[in-house]
Design a protein around this ligand. Structure first.
Ligand code: UDP
Length: 452
């Protein structure tokens, strides 16, 4: 008979793909270490999560039929989640008192700071999980310390922050560079940093070797990443081959994997801008031109209606390119035929590319992505940054040039070498005895002791 778990963690992600993936992965890792884990998520995401080792329970954000898109504004969504979420999370903790092991910790997504109040109310541990890089978080931390104070016009550029390269305005998270456009998000994020030290643990989805200086600052942050299923961290025989959550339906029959199998090693460009960013018809036209001019094979994820693609593009593709609505990105990135990832630089996508060792063309859109793009190019040396024009459009010519740099030019050898180095480093951090693994063990050990 299996040993009864001695600690029970509720893991609470923000209900979006890029947040559920790392938090669900964290829950899975905790289970492998002997804890019980329950993922609490909204009713409209619950049916898209299939992970047998983790219990899944509903909580409410006040928009049970469809979530965020049904809310009149970001502000009202965050407020609604605070009130409905606090209530239903409390009810869940009470309900789980009667399970095989009562809940003794909440690990919550950094967007959901109210969960810490719930943990305190019940006298259980509270741990925040930062889904951005430590470098990006350290920009917010400097702001909280009062070392960077709005208005932006008064900042002296390039600004210097320990562990980061000199940053211009275009390298800052968009919430900082354009605070008036993103007030609700910026307020929510600054709320995390105001209460950071009240947490029992502050986890970050990164690893020590990747961001050592940013992690060694004046703040109590613990790296536990990369939160990528272990089969993609050089443990090819692992059964952990997927996150376990897909809010989008992959293109049917995974025909793209068969197609990839027909292509030579490192000959394919994979293009995806994650789950939130949208592509305009003008931008789609430029990407189509750039891909065609690059003369490379490509897989392009277009979540939007394919009406945004230029007329005749699909019928003229031949065997060189494939457009899909969604794919299993981990499978695609780890296929030997893929040699370049054109990415929006969502933090999960960057960590996945680093872990698997695929060089990138970075096309940052908003949020933390501009800073991630800077790090990819300047600090980790695993990509090239595509510059957009004054209308915020990436031109076909620029895309063609960047793909050439990553796949053909002299620079490509360096990028490949660095990508392979980071991939090995990520694997070591997450393997038994690695830096992240040890940090997780320390946490688990404490949760298994009776709280006294
Ligand atoms: N993803 C995927 N298939 C796709 C595109 C994205 O599985 O076609 C996954 C990807 O592996 C990553 C997540 O969706 O784990 C996106 O998170 P990220 O932080 O990169 O970007 P966001 O969607 O939050 O902007």
């Amino acid at each position: 008979m299996k040993n009864k778990p001695k600690g029970h963690v509720i893991v609470l992600p923000y209900p979006a793909q890029g947040h559920i993936n790392p938090l669900l992965q964290f829950a899975k890792v905790l289970v492998t270490k002997g804890l019980k884990a329950t993922l609490a998520t909204t009713p409209y995401t619950i049916n898209n999560i299939h992970e047998p080792t983790v219990a899944i329970e509903p909580i409410s954000d006040g928009y049970d039929e469809g979530g965020f898109t049904h809310a009149p504004s970001v502000e009202s969504y965050i407020e609604s989640f605070r009130s409905a979420g606090s209530k239903t999370l409390s009810e869940l903790i009470i309900k789980l008192r009667h399970s095989s092991c009562a809940v003794n910790c909440i690990v919550y997504d950094s967007m959901l700071t109210w969960a810490l109040d719930v943990a305190k109310q019940f006298g259980i541990y509270g741990a925040v999980f930062l889904t951005n890089s430590a470098s990006v978080c350290s920009i917010y931390w400097e702001m909280k310390l009062g070392n960077l104070v709005f208005p932006l016009e008064k900042w002296v550029f390039p600004i210097s922050i320990p562990g980061l390269p000199p940053l211009g305005v275009s390298d800052l998270p968009s919430f900082v560079a354009r605070p008036d456009d993103h007030k609700a998000y910026l307020d929510a994020i600054m709320g995390i940093f105001e209460t950071l030290k009240n947490n029992d643990w502050v986890f970050c989805n990164t690893f020590q070797e990747l961001e050592s200086e940013a992690l060694d600052g004046t703040w109590p942050v613990i790296p536990v990443g990369p939160m990528v299923p272990s089969a993609y961290l050089h443990q090819r025989n692992s059964e952990d081959t997927a996150y376990g959550a897909t809010l989008w339906n992959p293109t049917r029959n995974k025909s793209y994997m068969t197609w990839l199998g027909t292509k030579p090693p490192r000959s394919v460009v994979y293009v995806s801008f994650g789950s939130m960013a949208t592509t305009t018809a003008k931008q789609a036209e430029e990407i189509a031109n750039g891909l065609k001019a690059s003369k490379k094979n490509f897989i392009w994820v277009v979540k939007e209606s394919w009406e945004i693609l230029p007329k005749g593009f699909m019928s003229g593709l031949g065997d060189a390119g494939l457009v899909v609505t969604w794919c299993n990105q981990l499978e695609v990135l780890s296929h030997p035929a893929v040699g370049c990832f054109v990415t929006h630089c969502g933090w999960n996508s960057v960590l996945e590319a680093l872990s698997i060792g695929v060089p990138m063309v970075t096309v940052a859109q908003w949020s933390d992505q501009p800073t991630n793009a800077k790090l990819v190019e300047v600090v980790w040396g695993v990509g090239t940054r595509a510059e957009k024009d004054s209308d915020d459009v990436l031109s076909g010519k620029e895309l063609e040039k960047c793909i050439g740099e990553v796949m053909d030019a002299e620079k490509s050898e360096d990028l490949k070498r660095n990508a392979s180095k980071w991939s090995q480093s990520a694997s070591r951090a997450a393997s038994v005895g690695g830096t992240s693994d040890k940090n997780i063990n320390e946490f688990v050990k404490i949760l298994m002791l009776p709280k006294g």
